[in-house]
Design a protein around this ligand. Structure first.
Ligand code: ZN
Length: 411
C-alpha cells in the first residue's frame, strides 16, 4: 500500500495537473499521453477518453485513482467504463497496466455519466406535449416530462388515478380526447405531491385512498390534496359501470399507504414509484418508507399475471419483464449489501475518529460497506438499466442502514 502511495505521490501538485488536456499531465505523476489503440467494439457504454493515461502502481484501485486525478472517488465508474475491456475479472488494475483517463472538460469534479441504454431513453413526444397510451379497452396512461398518471373510462364515469401538478393540463386534455364522460372518482396511489398535488382540480369527486395516505394528506395540509372520501386498509374493489379496479395494499413500501391498483380486464397494474421501467431506482427509492417493503412489493407484483405496468415515472410503460428485472436489481443490491456488511468489521472505523463521535465512526463504516457494494452492482448492471452509476452508492447506504435497523427475517 505504501509503495503504491509513494508511486502516486510523486507529483507534489497533483491538483495542478487537472487543468485538462493530455499535455498538461506530467509523466512524473504516472500519467502519460500515449496513443492507445481504439477499441474495436466501441459500445454505447464507452466513455469519452481524454487520450491521457495513468500507469497503475501496486495497490492502486480505480476509486483511488479517480480520487487523485479526477477530483472525486465517485468518478471511478468512468475509469471502469473506459477501461473495462482491459481490466481483469477483479475490475481493479494490475501494476504497470495503463489506464486511459476520461475527459474532464472543466478540469475535474463533474461526473460523466454512462449513456442511457435503449430501454431507458426518452420516447418521442407528440405535438400535444404528452404521450397517451391505451391499455386494453378502456385504461389509459398519460406521460409527460417523466411523470405518469392514468385513467379508466367506464360507462358510468371516469376514474382518474393520481393528479400530478406537472400533468395539470395534459391529464384533463387526454381525458377529453377519449371521452365526454365526467370524472367521478379519483384514486390516490399514495400521498406524494409530485403525483397528487393537483387533485383539487377535479373538484367534488369520490376520492379513494389507503388509510395511511389519508393520514399523510391530513398532516400535510395541502389544499391541492383534499381529503379522501373513501379509505381502506387491505383491499378495495371499485365496480363502476362496466369496469373494475382492484386496490390492494402490500404493506409500507415506497411510502406507507402506496397501493397496488389492478385493472384485471386490461391485464394491467399501476404501482407508483416502485418499478422504474428500464431504470435503476431513484435516490433512496424516492425517500422509501420501507426498503424491505420495496422488495416485498416487487415480489407481489412479480406474482401477478400482467401485460402492462404503470409506474408513475420515466418515459414509458412497463411490462412483466421490467418488473422482473427491477426485482432482480433490488435483490442484487440487497444481497450485495448483506455480504458487504458481513465482511466489514465496524470497530476499526470507530478507532479512526474522536472517541465518542459515533456519527463519524458510523459514516466511515457505512461508506466502507458502500465501497464494496457499488462495484458488484455496477459490473453486473451497467448497460442493463439506465443510471446505474447515479444513485447506486446512495441506495447501498440506504439498504445498509435498513438491514441494520429493519433487520427483516423474511428476506
Ligand atoms: Zn412517491
Amino acid at each position: 500500500m505504501c509503495e503504491a502511495e509513494q508511486h502516486n505521490h510523486q507529483s507534489p501538485s497533483r491538483r495542478g495537473i487537472l487543468r485538462w488536456g493530455a499535455a498538461a499531465l506530467p509523466a512524473a505523476a504516472g500519467v502519460t499521453a500515449l496513443a492507445w489503440p481504439t477499441q474495436a467494439n466501441g459500445t454505447a457504454s464507452a466513455a469519452a477518453g481524454s487520450g491521457a493515461y495513468y500507469k497503475a502502481g501496486r495497490g492502486d484501485t480505480l476509486r483511488g485513482i479517480a480520487g487523485r486525478f479526477l477530483g472525486s472517488e465517485q468518478r471511478w465508474t468512468e475509469l471502469y467504463r473506459l477501461n473495462r475491456q482491459v481490466l481483469d475479472k477483479s475490475g481493479e488494475p494490475r501494476p504497470g497496466q495503463r489506464l486511459e483517463l476520461p475527459e474532464s472538460p472543466d478540469g475535474a469534479t463533474t461526473r460523466n455519466f454512462a449513456p442511457l441504454p435503449a430501454t431507458a431513453k426518452p420516447l418521442s413526444v407528440p405535438p400535444e406535449g404528452y404521450r397517451l397510451d391505451r391499455i386494453g379497452d378502456a385504461f389509459y396512461a398519460v406521460t409527460a416530462g417523466g411523470t405518469q398518471a392514468a385513467f379508466l373510462v367506464t360507462s358510468a364515469g371516469v376514474v382518474v388515478i393520481d393528479a400530478p401538478p406537472s400533468l395539470a393540463e395534459a391529464l384533463p386534455a387526454a381525458i377529453r380526447r377519449v371521452t365526454s364522460r365526467k370524472v367521478t372518482h379519483l384514486v390516490y396511489s399514495h400521498d406524494h405531491a409530485d403525483h397528487t398535488a393537483n387533485a383539487s382540480a377535479f373538484g367534488d369527486v369520490i376520492r379513494i385512498a389507503h388509510t395511511a395516505t389519508a393520514e399523510r394528506i391530513k398532516a400535510n395540509q395541502d389544499p391541492g390534496r383534499p381529503m379522501p372520501t373513501v379509505t381502506f386498509d387491505d383491499r378495495y374493489r371499485l365496480d363502476l359501470g362496466d369496469q373494475q379496479l382492484l386496490l390492494s395494499y402490500p404493506g409500507a413500501n415506497h411510502e406507507a399507504g402506496n397501493i397496488l391498483i389492478h385493472a384485471p380486464r386490461q391485464r394491467a397494474a399501476m404501482m407508483v414509484d416502485l418499478v422504474m421501467p428500464g431504470w435503476a431506482p431513484f435516490r433512496a427509492w424516492g425517500t422509501a418508507d420501507s426498503v424491505p417493503g420495496v422488495l416485498r412489493a416487487h415480489d407481489e407484483l412479480a406474482r401477478m399475471d400482467l401485460d402492462t405496468y404503470v409506474g408513475g415515472h420515466v418515459h414509458r410503460l412497463g411490462t412483466m419483464e421490467d418488473i422482473k428485472v427491477s426485482r432482480e436489481f433490488v435483490r442484487d443490491l440487497w444481497e450485495a449489501t448483506g455480504k458487504a456488511i458481513a465482511a466489514t468489521d465496524m470497530a476499526p472505523y470507530f478507532g479512526k475518529v474522536e472517541p465518542g463521535n459515533n456519527w463519524a465512526g458510523f459514516d466511515l463504516y457505512l461508506q466502507a460497506v458502500a465501497d464494496k457494494v457499488e462495484p458488484v452492482i455496477y459490473r453486473k448492471w451497467l448497460g442493463r438499466l439506465g443510471a446505474v452509476d447515479v444513485f447506486t452508492r446512495e441506495n447501498a447506504l440506504t439498504v445498509a442502514l435498513s438491514q441494520i435497523v429493519d433487520a427483516p427475517r423474511d428476506l
